[in-house]
Write a protein that binds this ligand. Structure first.
Ligand SMILES: [Zn+2]
Length: 219
């Protein structure tokens, strides 16, 4: 059993050592046809570990796929971090202009360029407003317009203003420095907002179309 794992910590934004605090087996399967042959046969099993980041004390859940023959050898064929779920998953249905900004925001975050990350998140919001034809003299009023027209709800508007304000500081205040934690948060808010406006919306429309084509009763 491993006592530690080297994993990329999203909160610390670097490769860290995580200390195992709990572990156990999940599914286990032997190739033996008869139970009596199990000692000589290959087996496959999943092993789970809960580990804690040594820097920020955040938790990880890691699954190892193991394969071996009892008493002879065992090898780990796959290792996956199940939690936390990495960001950077594909946001489907995003217009190109927004996709570019969010991709640059992620790259900036990964490179520890937090000011640049904030600027790119703010630019993604600008692109969002442009794409949805929001009206207003500045970003704040264009975001409010999206809320008035029902494209984003009140809570999303709060997130958007948070992103806008940090982005403004990064752009105009030469003394201000965007922290890693703030950059990470506004990146998450921006992605959540875009997921809501584009990805889930597109998914819902295809869900409805699928049901219609099956002749499902909508009432
Ligand atoms: Zn950490």
């Amino acid at each position: 059993m491993k006592d530690t794992f080297d994993v990329f910590c999203l909160a610390c934004n670097i490769l860290v050592e995580a200390k195992v605090v709990a572990n156990g087996f999940g599914e286990w399967r032997s190739d033996a046809v008869n139970p009596i042959d199990e000692v000589d046969c290959e087996y496959h099993g999943d092993h789970y570990s809960v580990a804690i980041c040594r820097r920020c004390k955040g938790p990880f859940l890691i699954r190892e796929a193991r394969y071996g023959i009892p008493g002879e050898f065992e090898t780990v064929t796959d290792e996956v971090v199940l939690y936390p779920v990495p960001t950077g998953h594909n946001l489907e249905g995003l217009p190109d202009s927004i996709q570019r900004s969010i991709a640059q925001a992620r790259r900036s975050y990964s490179a520890s360029s937090y000011d640049a990350c904030a600027l790119m998140c703010r630019r993604a919001l600008e692109a969002l407003c442009k794409n949805l034809l929001a009206k207003g003299k500045d970003l704040a009023s264009r975001l409010a317009d999206l809320n008035t027209n029902g494209r984003i709800d009140a809570r999303m508007l709060d997130w958007a203003h948070g992103v806008r304000l940090v982005g403004n500081e990064a752009a105009h205040d030469v003394e201000a420095e965007v922290t890693a934690a703030d950059a990470r948060d506004i990146l998450e808010f921006t992605e959540a907002l875009l997921t809501y406006v584009f990805t889930l919306d597109a998914k819902f429309r295809s869900f409805e179309a699928r049901r219609r084509s099956r002749g499902a009763n909508s009432s």
